[in-house]
Ligand binder design. Sequence first.
Ligand code: ZN
Ligand code: ZN
Length: 355
Amino acid sequence: MVIRERLRKVREYLADERGDALLVTNAANVRYLSGFSGSWGVLYISEEYAELITDGRYIKQAEEETKDWPGEIHIVAQGETLSKRILGLAPKKLGVEKSITLEVYTKLVDTLNDTKVFPVEGWIENMRMVKADEEIVKIREAIRAAEKAFETAFNIVSPGCSEFEIAAELEYQMRKLFGATPAFDTIVAVGERAAMPHAVPSSRTWQNGELLLVDMGAVMHGYHSDFTRVILSGELNSEVYRVIDAVEEALISAIDGVKPGVRASQLDGVARGVLEDRGLAQYFTHSLGHGVGLEIHEGPTLSPSADLELKEGMVFTIEPGVYIPDEVGVRLEEMVLLTPQGAEVLTSLPRRIEV
Ligand code: ZN
Ligand code: ZN
């Protein structure tokens, strides 16, 4: 019972802090602990009691999605507010997640005169970094949906298409083939526009002799995927190949360095070192990767300052890039699962595709 185990851990944290209850307001955390995915729902968890609080739009959905949730479901009545409901539950010391909005926090504090409210950070986010088997299954499905959409779309689009036509085709195929939603706004960037790491698709057309960068992902059952590929049409300038080779070497070296116990900053350093040797490190302007799960960006962060030990069961991206302004941009991104033997690369499309 995965959810009961997660609740048990939350109650351990509560006991350590001598808190009576925790109010979970972060939507991904609510889903992680209860299964509920509606747009508004919060969890109240105390030592003895737990309830999902949501509103009348979600009566049926809340019942259907919370089969493993051992707590109650409370539908707020017309005129009832969240703070009044919590007042009725009368916690003496209530933890609230740091991501709570100032508006909700202020109302709570104004209403709960006899309650000490304390901030909680990272309890559930840290648990979420190590994935359960059932989560890995969903992540694999999200990857498969995005990869299949990619393959299908590239049988339809070709040089001559604009960036936004290509982005639209990729997203359309995810929805059409799998009912999946895009994990984020798909990035499609041609030639020197790929030097903007988060380029927004434009009317610029992809021409023969140009690189096309695609960074995309899908959401399936709440879980995200994320990968980046370069597609090359015809013969390109030799500098582009040099940059692609360097980025790919950085990627492979970092993947080879994945093992239980390695520090996130160490992996980032491995990739940065490869680019350094090629005189390209100054163009690698972001961190090496990020965890992926119920959110597209979650822990662990793989950056030069991330002093976190990577553990078995973590799923994260490795995505070195080189961005030479107005010239060329290349990023290659894989998703990996950390196993006892090292990295299992979950993504499977060829990294550079020639058309
Ligand atoms: Zn990406
Ligand atoms: Zn990413």
